[in-house]
Design a binder for this molecule. Structure first.
Ligand code: ADP
Ligand code: MG
Length: 249
């Protein structure tokens, strides 16, 4: 592929819920090696946009591209297998299962195999290997047998990333990864995401502005379904409309 082709891209995406225009002509991209943060007030349409990129929601018009390929018609699972990793605003982990079981479940889903094969998957060496590698990557290897409900918030976030990593993703979309973390949790997750961008760039919805300013190569600001600015941290901090509309100045 042409190295200038964005890893992930939306072109002129529009999406309405009845009279509400949740996405209005949204064009943005994610480049190799970067963290691109998507910020904006509650109800701006951030999660709606992420859902259209991940495939859970179909745009009314416009398109989604991975490595230049139009994936607009492809379901979520297909996009995942093409290398789109994601974490959710609300956790999708099985709380009663162990950390390793959750990671194996992720590895199984990554291979596009039905979840009813879960029990045999736990005894499948290659799935276990890929699950264990992912746990090691996020530093949870010593918690493999811990019940997921017993993890701290920060550790659950790390496990969600591990589940996504079992796909060997080419790009990540994350909806509020810092949500619910205390200061030390968000600091350690910030360090981890910083190291992750080399493996796969991240499009990240985030309210925690300390994390955004620390991590983002570029920031896009979404207000009432529209991108009002895209730029570097310095450009966004200096943008008068952004200061008014979002930073409350
Ligand atoms: P954000 O993530 O930026 O807080 P959302 O994308 O969740 O915002 O929501 C954007 C707007 O679209 C909100 O006004 C929300 O109520 C509305 N909305 C989101 N999903 C639906 C849906 N499935 N049906 C109707 N309205 C929705
Ligand atoms: Mg949201």
């Amino acid at each position: 592929t042409d190295p200038n082709t964005p890893v992930l891209e939306t072109r002129n995406i529009c999406k309405s819920f009845n009279a509400l225009k949740a996405s209005q002509d949204i064009t943005l991209n994610l480049r190799a090696g970067e963290i691109h943060a998507l910020i904006g007030p509650n109800g701006a349409g951030k999660s709606t946009l992420i859902a259209q990129i991940a495939g859970g929601l179909k745009p009314d018009s416009g398109s989604v591209h991975m490595d230049g390929r139009d994936v607009t018609a492809l379901p979520t699972a297909k996009r995942a297998r093409l290398g789109l990793g994601r974490t959710f605003q609300v956790s999708a982990l099985a709380m009663e299962d162990t950390v390793l079981q959750n990671a194996v479940l992720g590895a199984l889903g990554a291979q596009g195999r039905p979840f009813r094969l879960f029990q045999s998957a736990l005894n499948n060496a290659s799935l276990r290997d890929s699950a264990e590698q992912a746990l090691e990557r996020v530093g949870l290897q010593d918690h493999a047998r811990t019940r997921t409900a017993e993890l701290s918030h920060g550790q659950r976030r790390q496990l969600e990333v591990a589940v996504a990593l079992t796909l060997n993703p080419k790009a990540f979309v994350m909806d509020e990864p810092m949500a619910g973390l205390g200061a030390s949790g968000s600091k350690s997750l910030t360090g981890f995401l910083d190291s992750l961008r080399e493996q796969a760039p991240i499009l990240m919805v985030e309210h925690d502005m300390d994390a955004v300013f620390a991590l983002a190569d570029r920031i896009s600001v979404l207000v009432y379904g529209q991108i009002i600015a895209t730029g570097t941290v310095a450009e966004i901090r200096a943008h008068p409309e952004v200061r008014r509309a979002y930073l409350g100045e």
